[in-house]
Each structure stands twice: as C-alpha cells, then as structure tokens.
Ligand binder design. Structure first.
Ligand code: ADP
Ligand code: ZN
Ligand code: ZN
Length: 733
C-alpha cells in the first residue's frame, strides 16, 4: 500500500493586497484533502483573519518557530471548489491581481463574516411514520412535547402560527424534530404561470439556432449580432431549452440590474425551472442563499450582473452574455477584470459553449471574429412585423432652442403624443445643469477635491460632485469675483423635465440614478411605461439598454456630439453604440418608429456613417482607424494608476515601476508616462498614469510576470496607492 502523505502545512489565501499564499501549521496532521477550499481563522499581524486553504503540504520554507497555527476551521463545507479556484488562479495570473483578493471578490460578501447565513427556517412541519407510532403517554415527563406530538397526530401538518396558538415554542418543536418524529414540509411549490409556447423562429433566427446547436458539445464562442428587436432573446431561449433538457445549468449575464426583472420575466414565463438572480441589489444573505442554490445544482437558470460570472455551477452547460459590448462588464476598481473575458475563459475551462449577443458588438469582439476566434452569426432584420425606425438629423446651428429642445423636435413630440404614443428623450447627464458659470468673469464652480465641475441639482437645490459625492449649497455669488450673476450652462435630465412640464400636459417620467433609488421605484416606472398611456420619458443610459417598450414611437437624442471630440480613443465607439441602442427603443412593436438626433455637426462623417449606413459599417471604419493608429484591438495595453495626496509620491511610484519594467524593454513595447491622469485630482488625491502598450499580449504578460516580485517590493514601499489594469477599458478614470 502506498504510504499516505501526512500534511502539516496549509497554504492559505487571505484578502490582503499581497500576491502570495501564506503558510500556516495545521491544527493537527492530516491525510485528508477535504480541507481544500475550506475557510479558516488565522492570526495575521496582530489580527485574526479569515482565509481559504488553497493547498496542503508536508513542508514549508519557513522554520517551525516562524510559522503560526490555524486557529479554527470555520465551516463544514468547502467555500471554493476546484473549478472556481482554477478560474480565480487564471484571473490572478492574467490580470496580475493578488489571488487572495481575487478569491474574496469571487465569493459573496457573506463569506467575509465568521458565521454564514442560515437558510430560512421552515414554516410548516408534518408528522413522520415514526411519529405516528409514538404513544403520547410515554411522554409523561415532558407534557409540552406530548401536547405538541398529539397536535401533529391529530392534524398531520402544522404551521408555527398554529403551534403558537397552543403556546408551543420552537424549542419544544425542535426536540421532536431531533427525534425524527416530525420533519420540515417542503416549501409549497411556487405557482408559476404555465409556460408560454415558443414563438416560431423566422428564417434567420432558425439558421442562427441550428448553427449554435451543432456546436454545443465543446467550447465554442459565438458572437450573435442582431439589430435591436431582431429576436436575439428568442434564439437564446431555444438554445437554453436544449441545455435545460440535458439537466444542465445556464448562466445568463446582463450588464445592468435594471434589466433583471425583464429578463427574469421572459425566461421564467418560458421555463419552469428554479431560477435565481445575483446582483448588487440583494442583501448579503439573499445573495449567499442564491449562490448556494446554484452551487448545489438546485437552481438551473442563473441570471446576474458582472460578478455572477464567479457563481459555482457544477452542471454548467452554457453561458450567455447579453449586450456584450457594455462597459459595465469591466470592473476597474480594486480587482480589475472583464466579466466577459473571464466568462470566455470559464467556458473554455468547462469545455462548454458561450454566446455573446449584441446589436452593437464591441470592436474587440468584431476583431476576434475577423481573427476567426469567434464564430459570427447575424440577425439583420427586425423580428415579426416591426420596422426599422426612420432617422432624422436636426442641425442645432440653425435652431433657437428652448432649454435644449429644438423646434422640429418639439413639433415631433406633439405629433407622436397626439397619436396616443410615447416619447423617449435621451440626455446623458443627470442633474439640472452640468456647470454654473459666472457671467462676469467666466469662472465655473468646481469641486474643491476633484478636477471637475460641480453639477447643479434642482430637487432640492444643491451642487453635487459626481466623482466624490461632495455636496454644497448653491452660492449666491461667484467664488472668484463675488459677482451675483451665476448662470447654469448646459442641460441635465432635471432641466429637460422642467422644460417639458411647461410645454406638455402628459405625464413625464424621469429615469436616472436620482429617481431610481431602489428597485421598487424602477419597477413602478417600468409598469407605467408598459401601461402604454401617452407619456414622455427622459432618461440617461439606464433607459438606453435592452428594454422593450412597445409603445415608444419617437426617440430624441438631445446631444449626439459628446463622443465626437473626446480625447478617449473609445469615445466614438461608445457614442455609436449608445445612439444605436437608444434608437433601438423606437417602434419595437407594430408601430413604426422615428429617431431624431440633435447635433451641431450634422456633416460629421462618423455620424453620417452611423445614421445612413449601419452600425457594422461604422464599426468597420473605426477598426480601420484603430489599426492605422495602432490602438486596441490591434495592440494590448496595461495601465498603472497611482494616487496620493502628494503629487510627487504618485509620480515617484510610477517612475519606480517604469524603471523596473523597462530595464531591458523589447522594441515592441511602448511606454507612455508617467503622466497626469485625465482627471488630475479625485477625492483630494492626485492621480497619475503609466501606460504600457505592445502589439503582442505575450510581451506584456512576460514582463509583468517576470517582474512580479519586484512590483511587490515597490508596493510594500510605495507612498501612493497603485493598481494594475490589464486591458483597461477607460483611460479617463
Ligand atoms: P432582441 O433581444 O434582439 O432585442 P427580442 O428577442 O426582445 O429582440 O425580440 C423583440 C420582439 O420581437 C419581442 O417582442 C419578441 O417576442 C418578438 N419576436 C422575436 N422573434 C419573433 C418571431 N420569430 N416572430 C414574431 N415575433 C418575434
Ligand atoms: Zn469631487
Ligand atoms: Zn466671477
């Protein structure tokens, strides 16, 4: 018999910013590998911390005296299964984030506390066969238990309410439960609506479905491009049905919490399987319980935002990423990662298919199609009878505006409302006005802690910094020249709302982060829109994404110009996606839609391409420009961000990183910086950036990996906070 290994050391991941595992002595020697993935309490720098056992070993490079011992094992079940660990390890390696922090990002917050939440207690119990046979006279010494048992013998099934009426407490009940005389009744089945019959797919949908269906047995990434309203969701549902029939689980990622209820409704109407949602609007307990259901294969459909990509799914058969172009899939704080890219790796590790869907695919994904890494499928027509909306451009140069609204737009709004339809106006700025300017000296009121203007809000009147949250009253005078002539410049959603109230009698709904403070207010607004009464909706990006509003026939984009002149090389791509997505809200049912775009640059070639050709032609042009400028996706980037209250400290750290990484820099590595970040100061911290760029991903990875020890050293001595962002999506933040 082979000698069994006696482990004495555990290698433990902690939620600390160091890229290493920590050695601890096991409480006693063990041969058991069951400890892997389990949570423990360990002493760490005069504190007790929660850690996860990642590996067991017979030896440590530290001496016995140097090593501390694990204090306590926390749960009976492992928190991180081997598949999840594999994914976290990949993420840690590729994004150069400490494994411990990655693992704790992947786990629900509940795991950061000692006691995990318990599933809700059952509310109903029934008597067991054993319980039927017990004579209550045998319980003379416990009259309470005898009473409880006889209640169950009479009624078979009792609820806590009934037991309370008979003054029986839970502790008495518990005694009978422990003796197996009674047991929990399963929760009554949730009454689900009868499944809706699948819609018959049109020819294009049928082709897309068949094509995906042929490749379900192994890893395969499909980019499903379908113009807004082309019926992508129907195609997803046909595939999902196939996967569920095999008893497997499906992970469905969406970019916004706001899209959850719509997606859940549609999927639950079609599939009568247990479904859970995972997003940041859940309490820690709710999230943990949903996570557990997924982990134990009780939930079959898992719908969630970015971090749901880490949900443990033992029977995972398919991943869908809806609106794959959406930047919300990228996390750029703390642990930087792209949920879309992590999902693709997950699918590869699990050898399952993944579908990326969008009406406006990201340039990265289109490039991956060109490189034959993704399979391309397209739905070029709207499904059913819906028509493509008519697009009109309004040249703002010749217009006198009423609070940002041109006459042709105001006229069109009147016409559509009179026809009994709904109107959506898109304004990419919440608040009343983006800046208050002194008419005497031209000074704009800015935040004292950030390099940004304060946004004027009306309701109640105040100034708010959208970057650090600083809030002040509205000053009576210019802070620079004391002149009392402060004027709001530009338009936010509140200002447009006020203007519309003066012009129209119909209800006006404003949808932005200020009106949508919780999930209930958003559902209320959604319900009002679905009532199909004539009304005007004013919204920020929140309304642009994926929603299906059949009675909206007019969409107005108040200012399309922001994306044309930004210094962010992705601004134009993002603007194009946004315009197409907002326009996609018009005329989704049988009524034809109209889109009116207000701009000061009606002849701008990009805008012309987008409006008169289509998104794919526009995207192709952008790809050509990116190739010529050697920008992503034709090169790869890594961004170091550094911030400190003293500018020089932020700078020095990046200089140290630069000289470490670029000692023997290969030719194909470009280094830009250290330079001041586009937003120089945020929350009182000065910010600097260092950008690495190369046409070869492997070159960047090699340097970062080789120098990881040196970078750790810099981290320990740095006088600024700094982070690595691999494949950064926004260089402006
Ligand atoms: P997308 O996800 O591409 O925006 P949806 O799947 O939401 O599109 O479909 C848009 C609308 O068209 C929905 O109301 C849907 O029920 C309807 N639809 C989809 N496919 C068909 C079809 N083959 N025949 C008729 N209606 C369809
Ligand atoms: Zn601020
Ligand atoms: Zn002034």
């Amino acid at each position: 018999m082979p000698k069994q290994i006696q482990y004495t050391i555990a290698k433990i991941a902690l939620n600390v910013p160091f890229n290493q595992l920590f050695d601890y002595k096991l409480i006693k020697k063990t041969t058991e590998e069951q400890l892997l993935g389990r949570r423990v309490f360990v002493p760490f720098r005069n504190q007790t911390k929660i850690g996860i056992i990642i590996a067991l070993s017979e030896h440590s490079s530290y001496s016995n005296e140097q090593l501390k011992t694990i204090e306590q094992y926390l749960d009976t079940e492992s928190a991180v299964e081997s598949d999840s660990l594999k994914l976290c390890q990949w993420l840690s390696r590729y994004y150069h984030q400490p494994l411990g922090q990655v693992i704790f990002t992947a786990l629900p917050n509940a795991f950061k506390k000692q006691k995990l939440p318990k599933a809700n207690r059952a509310n109903h119990w029934h008597i067991t066969e054993l319980g039927q046979t017990i004579d209550k006279n045998e319980l003379k010494r416990s009259p309470q238990q005898a009473r409880c048992l006889s209640l169950f013998q009479q009624h078979h099934r009792c609820s806590m309410t009934i037991l309370n009426q008979h003054q029986i407490t839970f502790s008495v009940l518990k005694k009978l439960l422990d003796k197996n005389w009674i047991e929990d009744c399963p929760a009554p089945p949730i009454s689900l609506p009868a499944p809706s019959a699948p819609i018959t797919l049109n020819l294009e949908q049928q082709q897309a479905y068949q094509s995906i269906k042929q490749r379900l047995q192994q890893f395969h990434c499909t980019l499903l491009h379908g113009i807004t309203g082309s019926g992508k969701t129907e195609v997803y549902m046909y595939i999902i049905e196939h996967i569920l029939q095999q008893g497997k689980q499906v992970l469905f990622l969406i970019p916004e919490i706001g899209l959850t209820s719509q997606t859940v409704k549609r999927l639950q109407a079609r599939f009568q399987v247990p479904l859970v949602t995972l997003h940041s609007n859940l309490t820690d307990k709710e999230r943990y319980l949903a996570w557990q259901q997924a982990k134990h294969n009780q939930a079959k459909l898992i719908i969630g935002t970015r971090s749901a990509v880490f949900t443990p799914l033992p029977q995972l058969g398919l991943i869908i990423i809806d609106e794959e172009h959406d930047t919300s899939f990228k996390q750029h704080e703390k642990t930087c990662y792209s949920a879309r890219d992590v999902a693709i790796i997950r699918a590869k590790q699990a050898q399952i298919p993944i579908i990326l869907g969008s009406a406006t695919p990201s340039l990265e994904s289109l490039y991956n199609v060109q490189q034959k890494r993704y399979h391309w499928l397209s739905l070029p027509k709207r499904a059913g009878d819906a028509l493509i909306p008519q697009i009109g451009i309004i040249n703002l140069k010749q217009q006198s505006l009423f609070h940002g609204l041109s006459l042709p737009l105001r006229t069109a709004i009147t016409e559509h409302l009179e026809a009994g339809h709904q109107v959506l106006l898109f304004v990419n700025q919440r608040g009343f006005a983006p800046v208050l300017i002194c008419q005497q000296c031209g000074h704009g009121l800015s935040c004292s802690r950030c390099s940004a203007y304060m946004i004027q809000h009306r309701d109640p009147p105040h100034l708010l910094c959208h970057h650090c949250g600083q809030r002040t009253t509205i000053p009576q005078q210019c802070t620079h020249c004391q002149s009392p002539t402060l004027k709001p410049i530009g338009y936010g959603t509140e200002r447009i709302e006020e203007a519309l109230q003066q012009l129209f009698e119909v209800p006006i709904q404003r949808v932005d982060r200020d009106t949508i403070k919780n999930k209930h207010s958003f559902s209320k607004i959604l319900a009002s829109i679905q009532s199909n009464q004539p009304q005007i909706l004013i919204g920020t990006q929140m309304l642009a994404k994926g929603h299906h509003f059949p009675n909206i026939t007019l969409v107005g984009i108040l200012n399309a110009d922001n994306g044309l002149y930004s210094h962010d090389f992705r601004a134009c791509e993002k603007m194009g996606q946004l315009i197409v997505q907002v326009a996609g809200r018009a005329g989704r049912a049988t009524k034809p839609g109209t889109v009116l775009v207000q701009t000061y640059q009606p002849q701008h070639p990009k805008l012309q391409l987008l409006l008169h050709q289509n998104y794919l032609v526009f995207a192709e042009q952008l790809l050509k420009e990116r190739a010529a400028a050697k920008l992503p996706p034709y090169c790869y980037q890594v961004l170091f961000r550094s911030e400190a209250s003293v500018k020089q400290h932020a700078h020095n750290t990046l200089e140290a990183i630069k000289s470490t990484l670029c000692q023997q820099a290969p030719k194909s590595l470009d280094v830009f910086g250290p330079m001041v970040a586009p937003m120089e100061k945020k929350s009182g911290q000065y910010r600097m950036q260092l950008l690495l760029q190369s046409p070869h991903r492997s070159i960047l990875q090699k340097i970062l990996t080789e120098q990881s020890q040196a970078l750790e050293k810099i981290k320990q001595n740095a006088r600024s906070r700094w982070t690595i962002d691999v494949d950064p999506y926004d260089l402006n933040i």
